[in-house]
Structure formats: C-alpha cells, structure tokens
Design a protein around this ligand. Structure first.
Ligand SMILES: Nc1ncnc2c1ncn2[C@@H]1O[C@H](COP(=O)(O)OP(=O)(O)O)[C@@H](O)[C@H]1O
Ligand SMILES: [Mg+2]
Length: 476
C-alpha cells in the first residue's frame, strides 16, 4: 500500500480529507478527526512504520500558553499505561507548532452513541452502559495512579473502538499532573464541573469522580444530570440541586441511585475516594433487586471477617456466630481488602472484623474505602491485628474504629468485643456495656493479650452512631 493511499471512510470515520501535508517529514495528514480550540486531531499515515496514527497538532496561531499546554497534555497522556488510554508514540514540532502522535482509535465517540440512541428513542441497555462506565472509570483510575487528573471527562472524549468495542478515554488537554499543575480556566465542561470547582477549589480526584458520576448518569438516562439555559444556571444547579433520581426517570434504574448519590455528592469528601471504590460500588448494583431489599437484607446481623490467615479467620467467624447466635447472624469471610470491598458493595455488613496486615490494601485502606460506600458509615468495626503503627492507629481512629483486639487473642475476648458492639447498637438486649461473659467452654486462640475498647459501651471515640441506624431492621 502506498503511504498516502486513502482508505474508504466508513460511517464512523467521516472526516474531512486534508491536503496530505507531511508533518515533520514523517506523518502524512489524511483526515481531520476533531477540531478543538487548541488545534486539530488528524488521522495520519506514518511513512516510516507504515501504520495509521492519530496526530494532534497545535493551530498555526495558537498562543504560547496553548503550545505549552499541548506539551503538558502529551506528557500526561504518555505517563499513563492502560488499554483505555491511547498510547503516545511521539512528540515534536512542525513549523514551530507542537504536535504529538498517538494510537489511532477508530470508532464513534460515546456522545455520538448516546445521541444516536436518543434519536431513535431508545437508551443504551443498562448492562452495556455499566460496562462502558466501568471501563471509563478504570481509565481515569489509571490516570490517577499516574498522578494525572483528567478534568474534562465527558461523552465526547470517550471513543468506542468500532472493531473491538474497546472503550478509550481521550483528550488530556485539560489534564494536570502533580509535577506540572496547570489549572487555568477553562476547567472542564459545564455539564460535568463539580460544585467546589465553581467555587474556585483546585481540581482533585473527587472532581474527576464527580464528572464520572455525571457521565454514568448520562449513560444510563441519555441526559446529563443538569441541563439549563445558561452556564450560570448550570453552575447553580451543580451547587444546590439534586439531580432527578434515576428511579424517577426510569423505575428499573432505581438501584443505581445510591451509587450516584455518592459520586455526585456536593461535598467532595463524601464522594468515592478513588475510582476503585466507585467501580466496586457500581459493579455491585443489581438492577433486578429493588433498592430497599438490597440495602436492608434479612434481619440477621451481617458480619464480615477480613483476614488472610484461614485459621484466624475461622476462629473469628466462630466468635461472631457464638457471640451473636441469640440475635441471628450471617457471617462472610474475605481474605483481602479488595474482596472485602466487593462483599461490602454487594451487601454492607453490620459488623466488620478486620485484620490490618493484609496482602494488597491494608486494613486501614480497606476501611477507608468501605466507609465511603453507601451505608459504610454505619458499620461497627473491630480491628483484630498485631502491631499497628502510630499513624495507622490515628487513621483507624479517624475512621471510627477504636475497638481493637490484639493478636494473638483469646477467643472469648473477640466474642465479648462483638457482643459489646451489638449491645451498644441495641441488636442484642441490654444495650450499653456488656459485662456478661460469653458462654463457657470455648477454645482459646493464642495467648490472652486483648485490649479493652476505649469506651465501655463499645461506641467508638470519633463517631456518634445515630440511634436510627442502630438496628438492622432500621437500616435503609
Ligand atoms: N487517539 C485518537 N484516535 C482517534 N480519534 C481521536 C483520538 N484522539 C482524539 N480523537 C478524536 O478527535 C476529537 C478531538 O480530540 P480531543 O483530544 O478531544 O481534542 P479537543 O481538545 O479538541 O477536544 C475527539 O473527540 C475524537 O473524536
Ligand atoms: Mg475533546
């Protein structure tokens, strides 16, 4: 094939042919794929490697700030390794105009997909919408891992690769990285700008999470959470209004509302702290289950044991069964923080028995993620662990987990700690402190080195537990 042989455009690829300009002696421009404020994105032919690439080239009259920005964009994108972000092949200058070359992703943008559905009066099936959303969240998570904030997450910047269905996030033109923070205006697209950004706060993981929330809302419903006549009206809506619940727009989508409430929280600290937490919660949504049942579950007290040592896990599970048998109990076990989060996202436990030294996420990291899931604030936590460093002790304390049973522990001490928690929350009769001994004749696990909870009634030091959340049957 000759280097500049044109390919017949398919419907997704309708772009304007160019004058076949040769950029930097190597890339022959063939089609204009996108026109932006800073420059154009072209489909081009790499005359050395004989392959198609995408090339973003600054406009001839781009001011120096835009030229600098394109360099930041190329570096930010190049630092991310993820199948959902196009690989950057090269950066250079052509007639003094910066350009960069990246993997070509051929297919419609997500905006085009959504618009096509709207035009036909249909919507994307929710399992498909969720799958796309999870892929975009993963790509943004990979950017965050590379210390890059995207800042312009929207359907127009997502391409669905026609041949493979791969979901690809593009346009790091607003991106900031930790070494090179640039957050001049504009700061994103009005339909997806978090309320704190309107108030002048710097961009953050939380503002990207908010934009992802807007995208998920739009994917599921075909409409942005806030639409209005003017930018000022949209800004006010982001700051003060709650979007129409999905369940109101379409009853079958009601199960997603709890997750979107967290992603679109006005307070950035109330949102998912990471993309991983967002995707775990979204993945766990079961659209076939009415939201009430999903949240309340059965009346049994749900205990989740998070412990990588199977022997200790078994002892802890038995302690939970023993301590709560009069109330009815269901016990689950997760051997890593990641699995625990999946468990919690599908059914939030009432009591968490948590090891700190885990492979992967530590106990503290796991708890921090769990707290940010819907209902995660109310979980009663018992840390079962060996040595915990000072900073981690503070972290646990700030996460409302001051009750600790040191390893190796006496079986009765864990039973007692669980009962104290359950009584404090009125799941067991008596309430307040629990001075009774557990049933006799239990095996002792290791030596007896238990530490008392800091408050006699088992309430953690940092977190007031609202009475309404006290009983499982009262929980939402
Ligand atoms: N790697 C790529 N492969 C194919 N098309 C792309 C690629 N990157 C961007 N595009 C197309 O070009 C359009 C504009 O690119 P984008 O980076 O979003 O620039 P802008 O800053 O102008 O919005 C995108 O919406 C997409 O349709
Ligand atoms: Mg764009």
């Amino acid at each position: 094939m000759s280097p500049n042989a044109p390919t017949p455009p398919d419907p997704f690829e309708a772009g304007e042919p160019t004058t076949a300009e040769l950029v930097d002696g190597r890339y022959r421009l063939q089609l204009v794929r996108g026109r932006g404020a800073m420059g154009h994105v072209y489909e081009a032919w790499d005359v050395n490697l004989h392959r198609r690439v995408a090339l973003k080239l600054a406009a001839p009259d781009a001011p120096p700030s835009d030229r600098e920005r394109m360099e930041v964009e190329a570096r930010a994108q190049a630092s991310i390794r993820h199948r959902g972000v196009p690989v950057v092949h090269a950066f250079g200058r052509h007639d003094g105009r910066p350009y960069f070359v990246m993997e070509l992703v051929r297919g419609p943008t997500l905006l085009e997909v959504i618009t096509a559905h709207l035009a036909e009066g249909t919507s994307i099936a929710d399992h498909r919408a969720t799958a796309i959303a999870l892929d975009v969240i993963a790509a943004v998570g990979a950017a965050h891992t590379a210390d890059v904030l995207h800042r312009d997450i929207k359907a127009e910047n997502v391409i669905i690769e026609a041949e493979t269905g791969r979901v690809v996030l593009v346009d790091f033109g607003m991106a900031t990285s930790r070494d090179r923070p640039v957050w001049s205006t504009p700061v994103g697209t009005p339909i997806a700008i978090a309320p704190e950004i309107w108030d002048g706060a710097p961009p953050s993981i939380a503002s990207d999470v908010y934009a992802l929330g807007c995208l998920v809302y739009e994917l599921l419903t075909g409409r942005a959470p806030f639409a209005a006549e003017s930018i000022a009206q949209i800004a006010r809506a982001h700051g003060t209004r709650k979007p129409i619940p999905l369940g109101v727009l379409a009853p079958e989508l009601a199960a997603y509302d709890a997750v979107l409430d967290v992603a679109l929280a006005k307070d950035p600290s109330a949102r998912f702290p990471t993309c991983a937490a967002f995707s775990a919660a979204l993945e766990a949504v079961d659209p076939t289950r009415p939201p009430e049942r999903a949240a309340r579950g059965s009346d049994a007290i749900r205990v989740l044991v998070v412990e990588d040592d199977p022997l200790v896990a078994r002892a802890a599970m038995r302690a939970a069964t023993t301590g709560l048998e009069d109330a009815g109990v269901s016990v689950r076990w997760a051997d890593t923080g990641e699995r625990a989060l999946r468990c919690a996202a599908s059914e939030m436990p009432h009591v968490l028995v948590l090891d700190h030294q885990l492979p992967g996420w530590s106990g503290a990291e796991t708890l921090s993620r769990m707290r940010s899931l819907p209902g995660g604030e109310d979980v009663a936590v018992i840390i079962v662990s060996g040595a915990i460093s000072g900073p981690d002790e503070w972290r646990f304390s700030a996460l409302g987990a001051a009750t600790r049973v040191d390893k190796p522990f006496a079986f009765e001490d864990l039973v007692a700690a669980i009962r104290v928690k359950a009584r404090a929350r009125h799941w067991l009769p008596g309430g307040g402190s629990d001075t009774s001994r557990p049933p006799p004749g239990r095996t002792v696990i290791g030596a007896r080195v238990a530490r008392e909870p800091r408050h006699e009634d088992g309430r953690e030091t940092q977190r007031a537990i609202p009475a309404a959340a006290a009983r499982p049957s009262d929980e939402r």
